[in-house]
Ligand binder design. Structure first.
Ligand code: 5GP
Length: 211
């Protein structure tokens, strides 16, 4: 008789100052890891050119967002750069229950809320840019936000960065490929954590009973 060892899905949270390269990292991780599902946030921010409704975000009005807050439909939500951003609960719960890992691209405020709700399931990673020059370059390269928006985001980066000690891991994003590999290594190790392996107790009992 064998006992299947399955595992609980984990919540992989990535946060960074705007422009540290987190979106590209998320995209690459999702392409390369079939066990990972992206949590698609809701936001009241305007859609950027190229962004797809329901794929990048669920775009909605402030009134719609506030109705959802009142109905407790968010696992967490926060105001970032003057807009609401939030994680709808429904998809996340479904994925975790079926043993899938969920990737969250959220800020430090959202991470704190998830930590309070589900510490054991949470693995949090903070991504830093290699330099401020590089941060600015990446924000401008994106070229989808106005110079004013870029300047505002730059000025808020110092505050965002001050939250790095609240995270389990910190990665300096010198280059996309290396950062993705580092995050995959973290995932691999975290998936093997003893407490995430359901059925382990029975499996070991079975092994020991044969000795
Ligand atoms: P952007 O407008 O550049 O897409 O995102 C701005 C910031 O909002 C990023 O730091 C991103 O991680 C954060 N963000 C995106 N979705 C959520 C969410 O659902 N909750 C929280 N708390 N932050 C989010």
């Amino acid at each position: 008789m064998t006992f299947p060892i399955t595992r609980r899905g984990l919540m992989l949270v990535l946060s960074s100052p705007s422009g540290a390269g987190k979106t590209s990292i998320c995209k690459r991780l999702l392409e390369q890891d079939a066990e990972l599902t992206l949590s698609i946030s809701a936001t009241t921010r305007k859609r950027r050119p190229g962004e797809v409704e329901g794929q990048d975000y669920q775009f909605m009005s402030t009134a719609e967002f506030e109705t959802k807050i009142n109905r407790s439909e968010f696992l967490e939500y926060a105001q970032v750069f003057g807009n609401y951003y939030g994680t709808p609960s429904n998809l996340v719960e479904h994925s975790l229950k079926s043993g899938r890992d969920v990737l969250f691209d959220i800020d430090w405020q959202g991470t704190q809320q998830l930590k309070a709700k589900a510490r054991e399931d949470l693995v949090s990673i903070f991504i830093l840019p290699p330099s401020i020059k590089e941060l600015e370059k990446r924000l401008f390269k994106r070229a989808q936000d106005s110079a004013e928006v870029v300047a505002d985001r730059m000025s808020k980066s110092a505050n965002e960065m001050s939250h790095y000690p609240e995270y389990d891991y910190v990665i300096i994003n010198h280059d996309l490929k290396t950062s993705v590999q580092q995050i995959q290594s973290i995932c691999l190790a975290e998936r093997l954590r003893r407490e995430r392996q359901i059925g382990l107790v029975d499996f070991i009992q079975q092994l020991r009973s044969q000795l």
